[in-house]
Design a protein. Structure first.
Length: 182
């Protein structure tokens, strides 16, 4: 029975640690590295940032200001570092896409399309296409994961219903044995 307070203490410690910068960094890293949902988080952050960057650049916002706003949109420490690297690249006169090529969290096609948009001078349009493509890819991935989870949920629900049925029937069978004297 001592495991319940221990479990509560561990959960409270994890919640408090998550609020620290190092804890948040580890949790954000785990979000991106978890096998099934990690790529989905990565695509979600890429979609949000690409769409935001496209909209801001098309509206005439400066590149450095747009990068700062995109950093706030992603809400992930690992992606914050990526946007900081991109900002440093621009400040040093390098291409915006150079930092994206080095990122393990952003697909290489995003970096290639971003570089192409920079060279052609049509970065807002290209980033909008990137956002649309990654959004469609994310929707497809969510549907396939949902389709994989459905049978598992049916099995879990069947197990719960079966467990409840057994829990109700076992006492009845025990009482019938006592009454019959067997």
């Amino acid at each position: 029975m001592y495991w319940i307070p221990a479990l509560v203490a561990v959960l409270v410690a994890l919640v408090l640690w998550h609020k620290t910068p190092s804890g948040r960094s580890v949790f954000d890293w785990l979000k991106l590295k978890t096998p099934i949902v990690g790529p989905m988080f990565s695509q979600l952050y890429t979609t949000r940032a690409s769409r935001t960057l496209s909209t801001l650049l098309a509206a005439g916002v400066g590149v450095l200001d747009a990068i700062g706003i995109c950093r706030d949109v992603t809400d992930n420490v690992q992606f914050d570092r990526l946007w900081t690297d991109m900002e440093n690249n621009v400040r040093n006169g390098n291409a915006l896409s150079d930092a994206v090529f080095d990122s393990p969290y952003v697909p290489s096609y995003v970096a290639s399309m971003m570089a192409s948009g920079e060279r052609s001078g049509r970065l807002p349009m290209v980033m909008d296409r990137v956002a649309s493509f990654t959004d469609e890819e994310l929707e497809s991935r969510v549907k396939s994961v949902s389709a994989m989870i459905e049978p598992l949920m049916i099995l879990v629900m069947g197990g719960v219903v079966g467990g409840v049925a057994i829990a109700m029937l076992l006492p009845i069978f025990s009482m019938s044995k006592v009454i019959s004297g067997v």
